[in-house]
Design a protein. Structure first.
Length: 51
């Protein structure tokens, strides 16, 4: 199915894949956290009556 044998380049390829996956995971987590924070701020601001 998949050819995962990278030969002599495996020492470079697999850490690069791992680092890329970690960076994408961190970016996705930061986006979710920011969206939740903005949603909470919006709910809080909508509760304040206009002056």
């Amino acid at each position: 199915m998949f050819d995962l044998d990278m030969g002599r380049y495996a020492a470079f390829v697999w850490p690069a894949w791992g680092l890329s996956a970690a960076v994408l995971g961190v970016l996705a987590a930061r986006a979710v956290i920011a969206a939740r924070r903005w949603s909470a701020d919006l709910r809080r601001l909508e509760e304040i009556p206009p002056s």
